[in-house]
Design a protein. Sequence first.
Length: 163
Amino acid sequence: MPAQAGQPWLSIVPIAEGRSSYNGLLVMVFITATASLAVYVIHRFASRALRRGPAWGCGFSDATPAAQYSGVSFAQPIRRVFGTLLFHARDHVAMPPPGDIRPARLRIELHDLVWSGIYAPIADAVGFLSTRLNRLQFLTIRQYLSLVFATLVTLLLVLAIWS
């Protein structure tokens, strides 16, 4: 590398022989001048006419609902990766023979192990208890008062035994 001569703050050669660092002030002035010139040329020679065009259709000329993304489209990569392990996913494809005008059908069968292992037993227990406790809605006022009295006596007994 040539040694810097004259005014070192105004040179574009590397500052040191061992590294490629340039004068920051000179680089900033160059970028500012170039950007200003580009803005001036674009604003000076660009057309002021309003341009209108069709909305971007993601590469599809006919934006029908069948071509749009849905929840199934977003979930497909997750189902492909974790489908056989976590969801026991099975794809059932009904492909008609060549020459048949019937459309092909795809049916996806999923079994959520988390739902069937955790949430379904809890939901079944809540359903069972709610059907059994539904009788309490149709008590008479005398039966309600008896129930409240029995609950208070039970709570007092528990408190007396615990203390």
